[in-house]
Design a protein around this ligand. Structure first.
Ligand SMILES: [Zn+2]
Length: 112
């Protein structure tokens, strides 16, 4: 499994360092079984998966294997999708439920 962390994700991880261990644990679980553990997002967030670290605190990620099969790479603008192995997970962001969703436009710096 290839694993990529966005700048936004790394910054958020520093910001939420008090629960860093819980986040890392969850990241490992996601890498182990990205589809089983995550919730596919819909609407504006189609193509992304989310997984709660704790209540209302989410990890947002993409899984390129699914991304491509569903054509989601065109929606989330996973522009380097064709350069990635099927088994690539891109960790996009972490944070409180509502704020994380508001930040979507920022993901472009990583994905687009
Ligand atoms: Zn992709």
């Amino acid at each position: 499994m290839e694993v990529v962390f966005s700048d936004v994700f790394v910054k958020s991880l520093k910001k939420h360092s008090s629960i860093k261990d819980a986040i890392k644990k969850k990241v490992d679980m996601i890498i182990g079984k990205p589809i089983a553990i995550g919730e596919p997002l819909k609407g504006n967030f189609r193509g992304y998966y989310s997984c709660p670290v704790k209540k209302k605190f989410l990890i947002i990620y993409m899984y390129c294997k699914v991304c491509r099969v569903k054509g989601d790479d065109k929606i989330v603008l996973c522009s380097d999708c064709n350069k990635c192995a099927d088994e690539t997970i891109k960790f996009v962001d972490i944070g409180p439920h509502d704020k994380t969703y508001e930040k979507k436009s920022k993901y472009g710096t990583f994905i687009g």
